[in-house]
Design a protein around this ligand. Structure first.
Ligand code: SF4
Length: 395
């Protein structure tokens, strides 16, 4: 659905030839379509998009629309893939909703460390502006921004800080950005895949959109996986909800899989065999698909050492503003490091205590996401944890 036209190239003319003119639904039609299709945010939080639009629409001040392409998660490449291969899918979604909200102000945030994304979006925006001029119409005002590299710079509040001209770092959100976002105005901020899914729903209508997926979860989702023979290369696939995991992962379905990326949760060996791609099913098992990053544990690799590498990286990625990040995450990374290396000074109790100490105490969810990963490692790999506490590693 989202990637259907990638063989045609990323140009606006190819996009319009395949998918037709920009739909022009009014606000009620947008709300009804995205509600019926159960579109939820694909940046990780999974918040229902219709509720966001309704909250923003209730605001009296001029609305702001934001396309967030700054995937801070290094293991995620889906928004980048969309920008390079199908940029107009993303921009269509943002433009249709902006028109329904009667605003012309659309901001697009791209990641500095992936300059090809900014190039692709600049080209796409220029094409759209030229088409508007040829048609004698006044299009939206696209404003492009570049987010500094960093795991937390794609976080919604960090993006709003960047748009406000301040350092793009997370701050405490007193209200959802849909109610009070940029300059206190109602701000509809979503990641690239969400906007592309919105475009697909509004183009097809909820019934045709539901031709893929399941009754409870219509449509598709983008997943980022490591390449089978070159794990350092990311592969992005579009998968209908309800697809068996074995069709996505092949033989790797029997291995432990880190779902949802660096802030995600571990599915133990074999848990996904016989299961299907479903956020609802995963949630019932205490798992999360987050932004769609799927990382099978490399063959022969120790899951404790693998998790430690990530926790150590995350500890260095905070904005160093809040106590749990300044003190808690480095201490947690050090303790998980002791576990991974079989250091006799390690304490399971201390790890569990640090997890509890950092949770729900930061201005943003960075400490919570890191704690979730460590907690998941402790429960999923309890045998391996036991071996490491005894100074041994089974791999
Ligand atoms: S919790 Fe951490 S990452 Fe989030 S704002 Fe505070 S210091 Fe920054």
């Amino acid at each position: 659905m989202l990637l259907a036209g990638v063989g045609d190239g990323p140009s606006l003319s190819a996009h319009r030839a395949r998918f037709g003119a920009l739909p022009t639904p009014d606000l009620d039609a947008v709300l009804s379509a995205v509600g019926a299709a159960a579109v939820a945010g694909r940046g990780g939080a999974g918040f229902p998009f219709a509720r966001k639009v309704a909250a923003a629409a209730a605001g009296k001040r001029r609305h702001v629309v934001v396309v967030n392409l700054s995937e801070g998660e290094p293991a995620s490449a889906k928004d980048t893939a969309l920008a390079l291969l199908a940029p107009h899918q993303i921009l269509d979604g943002a433009e249709v909703v902006a028109r329904a909200l009667r605003t012309k102000e659309i901001h697009v945030v791209t990641p500095q460390e992936r300059p090809a994304v900014a190039d692709a979006i600049t080209r796409a925006v220029d094409e759209r502006a030229a088409a508007e001029t040829r048609g004698g119409r006044g299009g939206p005002r696209w404003q492009l921004h570049s987010a500094a590299p960093g795991f937390v710079s794609g976080q919604a509040q960090a993006v709003l800080e960047l748009l406000a001209g301040r350092p793009g770092l997370p701050v405490t959100a007193w209200q959802p950005e849909a109610i009070s976002g940029l300059d206190g105005r109602p701000t509809l901020l979503s990641n690239a895949e969400t906007w592309a899914q919105v475009a697909a729903v509004l183009r097809l209508g909820p019934l045709r959109y539901a031709a893929h997926g399941t009754f409870a979860e219509p449509g598709t989702t983008l997943l980022t996986l490591p390449h089978e023979s070159d794990p350092d290369t990311a592969v992005v696939v579009e998968t209908a909800y309800g697809t068996p995991w074995v069709s996505v992962l092949g033989a790797a379905v029997d291995r432990p899989v880190l779902l949802g990326g660096f802030h995600g949760t571990w599915a133990g060996a074999g848990v996904l065999a016989g299961a299907r791609v479903s956020r609802v099913d995963l949630q019932q098992q205490g798992l999360t698909l987050g932004a769609g990053v799927v990382l099978p544990l490399p063959t022969g690799q120790c899951p404790i050492a693998f998790t430690w590498e990530i926790v150590d990286y995350l500890a260095g990625q905070s904005a160093q503003r809040c106590g749990p990040c300044r003190n808690g995450l480095p201490a947690l990374a050090a303790e998980v490091g002791r576990l991974a290396t079989g250091n006799p000074a390690v304490s399971w109790t201390r790890i569990a205590e640090l997890v509890g100490l950092v949770e729900r105490r930061g201005a943003c969810a960075h400490p919570d996401g890191t704690a979730r990963l460590v907690r998941s490692m402790l429960t999923t790999f309890d045998d391996e944890v036991g071996l490491h506490l005894a100074g041994r590693c089974g791999r």
